[in-house]
Design a protein around this ligand. Structure first.
Ligand code: GLN
Length: 341
C-alpha cells in the first residue's frame, strides 16, 4: 500500500466512524414519529368531551401526529387530514394577536399571566381574581376560558366582522392556509354555552371585559370551532418554535420578541391544572383543546401536534400527551435538558 492509499483508507475509516456516531446522536425523526404512532395506536384510555354535543360524535379512533421542524421539514403518521375543532388551542393565537397588536404588557395588565390552579371553565377562579383586581396580581391568564374570552374582547376592530377577520387571519397565517369554521360545532357550542356566557358576563362585571361581552363570547365560540388537522396544528406550533415565522411560508406572523411571553403562558397554563405535571415530563410549552388536539413547542427545534379526541379528567387528550412526550424526549426536545459537555 502506498503512503497515499494508506492515508485515503484511514481518512475513509474516520469518515465512516464519524457518520455512524452522528447517526446515533441524531435520532431519525420519521422513525421516531412512526414508533410513537404504532405504540399508542391501540391505547383506548379517555373519553371524548360531551358537554359540547357535537364533540361526542367525533370518531374516538382518529389519531394523527405531525412534526414540523424550524427549517420546514414535515414528518407525519396516521390521519393528518381529518379536521377537528381547534377549541382551546385557539386561545394561544388570539392571545398572540393581542400581544402583537398591543404589546407584551397588555395581556399581563388586563388579564394576568398566572395559573388559576383550577379547571379551564372554573367560575370559582373568577371569584378568586375579583379579590385581587387592581393589585396587579391577578391569578388569571388568557388560556383558561375567563381570560380567553377577555383576550378575544381585547382584539380591536370597528365591528364583529373586523375583529373576526383579524382572529381568523392570524390563525391562517400560523397554519399557512385558509382555515374555516366547522359550522356544526359552532352551532352546537352556541346552543350549549350558557356557562361561557355566565363567565363573559362576570368578566364584564369585574372589569376584565370593557364592553359587549356577548360579542366576545360569540367570537370566542367561533374561534374554538375553527377546523384544523394535525398538520395545521404542527405548523402553528412550528411558527412559535421558529421565532414567530411560519417555517414553510416564510411569513413573520408574530414578532420574534413577543414569542417568549406567549410560550411562558403556555408553559404555565397550557394544560390547565395539569400544566405542572406536563412540564415536569417534557419541558415543553404546550396547549390542549377539548376537540382532542394538543400542540407543543420545542423552541428553535420543532413544533409538534397530535389529534386524538379521548380526554383525561383534566380535559387533555390522553394519546396526544403520551405520543408527544415520547417523541419529544427521544428527539431531545426538552429545553431544560441541554447538555453543556
Ligand atoms: N370551546 C371550549 C369551551 O369553551 C374550549 C375548552 C377547551 O378546549 N378546553 O368550553
Amino acid at each position: 500500500m502506498s503512503r497515499f492509499t494508506r492515508f485515503a483508507f484511514g481518512a475513509m475509516l474516520v469518515a465512516v466512524a464519524a457518520s455512524t456516531l452522528y447517526a446515533q446522536a441524531q435520532p431519525d425523526y420519521q422513525q421516531t414519529v412512526n414508533a410513537a404512532y404504532e405504540k399508542f395506536r391501540t391505547l383506548k384510555e379517555g373519553k371524548n368531551a360531551d358537554y359540547i354535543p357535537a364533540l361526542a360524535k367525533v370518531d374516538p379512533n382518529l389519531f394523527g401526529i405531525a412534526l414540523v421542524t424550524v427549517d420546514g421539514k414535515v414528518f407525519t403518521a396516521g390521519d393528518i387530514k381529518t379536521e377537528v375543532s381547534i377549541q382551546s388551542i385557539s386561545k394561544v393565537f388570539t392571545m398572540a394577536q393581542v400581544i402583537q397588536e398591543q404589546g407584551i404588557e397588555s395581556v399581563e395588565k388586563q388579564i394576568g399571566v398566572d395559573a388559576t390552579g383550577a379547571r379551564f371553565n372554573s367560575i370559582i377562579a373568577i371569584e378568586g381574581v375579583r379579590n385581587v383586581v387592581g393589585t396587579g396580581a391577578p391569578e388569571m391568564n388568557p388560556l383558561v376560558n375567563p381570560g380567553a374570552i377577555s383576550a378575544t374582547s381585547m382584539v380591536r376592530g370597528a365591528s364583529a366582522d373586523a375583529v373576526w377577520n383579524k382572529i381568523i387571519g392570524f390563525h391562517n397565517d400560523a397554519a399557512g392556509r385558509q382555515l374555516t369554521v366547522l359550522q356544526d360545532v359552532y352551532k352546537s357550542e352556541s346552543d350549549s354555552n350558557q356557562r361561557n356566557q355566565a363567565i363573559g358576563a362576570l368578566m364584564l362585571a369585574y372589569g376584565y371585559i370593557k364592553n359587549n361581552w356577548q360579542q366576545a363570547v360569540d367570537l370566542y365560540t367561533r374561534q374554538c370551532s375553527i377546523g384544523v388537522n394535525a398538520k395545521d396544528l404542527a405548523m402553528m406550533a412550528a411558527t412559535l418554535a421558529a421565532s414567530g415565522k411560519n417555517p414553510v411560508s416564510g411569513k413573520q406572523v408574530l414578532d420574534a420578541d413577543k414569542v417568549p411571553g406567549v410560550l411562558a403562558v403556555m408553559a404555565t397554563a397550557g394544560l390547565y391544572d395539569d400544566s405542572g405535571k406536563w412540564l415536569y415530563h417534557t419541558g415543553l410549552p404546550a396547549k390542549s383543546g377539548v376537540g382532542g388536539g394538543l400542540i407543543a413547542v420545542s423552541p428553535g427545534k420543532f413544533g409538534i401536534a397530535v389529534v386524538s379526541p379521548p380526554l383525561d379528567d383534566a380535559g387533555n387528550s390522553v394519546r396526544a400527551q403520551r405520543a408527544i412526550t415520547a417523541i419529544s424526549n427521544a428527539l431531545g426536545g426538552n429545553p431544560y435538558a441541554v447538555r453543556t459537555r
